[in-house]
Design a protein. Structure first.
Length: 191
């Protein structure tokens, strides 16, 4: 069974050519899958890569924010933006100087985010009890809450394991998704 997409007035040339390039999605997916499996093989390197990735973007973001702060003529805004960018840049540099400390803090922040997200999903599931599928939201929230609690109880000893596994799972799942997307684009026909 082939998929078909109807052509509309705002459908541009890029969108029409995407299915013709399905193989590039498959190649990207296979690459992501390869790096995901590689990450599972060495969680320490995967965790370090995660920390350095976050650190690099913090340094870039901090420098951009400090540069942007000079566009403001009012001193209160200038100082706020400049100091904020400076702190962000400093935190990014710390990621390069002491990746283990950064990984430890990222794991703690992730644990808190998981617990918060889990509690919110559980709360939302109670709000949606009239819905037939509310139990899936409840179970999802419960699993996310438990993952956050496990991270906190193992912290700081599980830092490398948690960050490495998250990167490995993310790369693997993104790889699978991108391969499936590419293969599904292969059968798309435009009318």
């Amino acid at each position: 069974m082939s998929n078909s997409l109807s052509t509309s007035a705002n459908f541009n040339l890029y969108e029409k050519n995407v299915p013709a390039k399905w193989i590039w999605y498959v190649i990207l997916g296979l690459t992501l899958l390869f790096f995901g499996f590689l990450s599972f093989g060495n969680l320490v390197i995967a965790a370090r890569a995660s920390v350095l990735y976050v650190g690099a973007f913090m340094v870039i973001g901090g420098i951009l924010q400090m540069t942007h702060s000079f566009r403001f003529k009012g001193w209160p805004r200038f100082i706020y933006l400049f100091l904020s960018g400076l702190i962000f840049t400093f935190a990014g540099i710390i990621a390069f100087i002491d990746p283990l400390l950064t990984a430890t803090m990222l794991t703690l922040a992730l644990s808190v985010a998981l617990m918060t997200s889990g509690l919110l999903r559980i709360w939302c599931s109670f709000e949606l009890q009239s819905s037939q599928n509310y139990i899936w939201l409840f179970l999802s929230g419960l699993m996310t809450l438990m993952a956050g609690i496990l991270c906190v109880f193992g912290w700081p000893n599980n830092t490398v394991l948690v960050l490495g596994l998250i990167l490995a799972f993310d790369l693997t799942l993104q790889g699978i998704y991108t391969i499936v997307l590419g293969l599904s684009l292969r059968s798309v026909k435009y009318v």
